[in-house]
Design a protein around this ligand. Structure first.
Ligand code: CA
Length: 305
């Protein structure tokens, strides 16, 4: 490299490094909560691919929790609360910032609703806050006549592929029915009646930005197929058929993802891109998902959370 080149490189790096210090340094620890069949790892790969390290790099304390892969929102929420208390004890922090993906959205809402005193913020990413048409199809409660049998078979096959991927090949377990009921439209309505904090009262608006001292946020994608090299994308293209043309990320409708302050509901991402999967194979023409998490940590920091 030439001397001039080295100088230019140094100049280009310096401001970035200076700006990055403390960029993600939230007041309270960030706690990540996975979705359906997600573990802290998918096989050898972390569920939140590259996200915890990117948040920690500029100051955040980050904890990755593990709750039941497939179970009701209430069961998962109680498991999460136990881990939140452990994190508070270990860190001495007064509260945590929860971020949940997919079924992790309702799961963090349960924790924030039951123990708002322990939660600074609850952020839902691709959250199933008003149910998923895919779960409705699985439970055979989709509007009759709205989908042909062949489309239903396609959706079910697509979902089986996604679940097999997320569970590391171990397939459905015995609590899958409880999970599907929690994620259905009817199950979500019942849950929302008991835990309404942050949920929009209109079909596709925003929810309260704060409720009982907890700040609520959400974002989601709206593009089921984003990368030809990602093996999950064809399956998400099939499951997206359940939505009859409504904006969705392959598993959740954009409107269902809304919670509290809606940061965006139409990133060109699918449901797994939202957690930077598969192994970083995301849409090259959209903001990187890791960047969006870093920006959100900075947003929380700016709000004193
Ligand atoms: Ca992807």
């Amino acid at each position: 490299m030439t001397w001039l080149g080295a100088c230019l490189l140094a100049l280009s790096l310096m401001p970035t490094a200076a700006l990055a210090v403390g960029y993600t340094q939230t007041k309270y620890p960030i706690v990540l909560v996975h979705g359906l069949f997600g573990f802290d790892n998918i096989g050898p790969v972390e569920y939140w691919y590259g996200i915890p390290s990117a948040l920690r790099a500029d100051g955040a304390k980050v904890y990755v929790t593990q709750v039941s892969a497939a179970n009701s929102t209430e069961v998962r929420g109680e498991q999460l609360l136990t881990q939140v208390k452990q994190i508070l004890a270990a860190t001495g922090a007064a509260k945590v910032n929860l971020i949940g993906h997919s079924h992790g959205g309702p799961t963090i809402r349960y924790a924030a609703s039951v123990r708002p005193d322990l939660i600074a913020s609850a952020t839902s990413v691709g959250g199933v806050n008003k149910g998923s048409a895919v779960a409705d199809v699985l439970l055979k409660v989709a509007p009759p006549g709205s989908l042909s049998n062949s489309v239903v078979v396609s959706i079910t096959n697509g979902l089986a592929t996604v679940i097999n991927f997320l569970s590391g090949g171990s397939g459905l377990n015995q609590n899958a029915l409880a999970a599907a009921q929690s994620l259905s439209t009817a199950g979500s309505q019942k849950f929302n009646a008991a835990h309404p904090e942050g949920v929009p009262t209109t079909s596709c608006g925003e929810g309260a930005y704060t409720a009982r001292g907890v700040s609520y946020f959400s974002w989601s994608g709206a593009k089921p197929y984003t990368n030809v090299f990602d093996i999950v994308d064809p399956a998400l293209a099939l499951t997206s058929l359940a939505f009859g043309g409504a904006k969705n990320d392959g598993l959740v409708a954009s409107c269902s993802s809304h919670l509290g302050r809606v940061i965006r509901d139409d990133y060109a991402m699918n449901h797994l891109d939202e957690v930077n999967q598969t192994v970083g194979l995301v849409n090259l023409f959209e903001t990187n998902p890791v960047t969006i998490y870093r920006q959100h940590a900075n947003r929380l920091k700016g709000l004193g959370l």
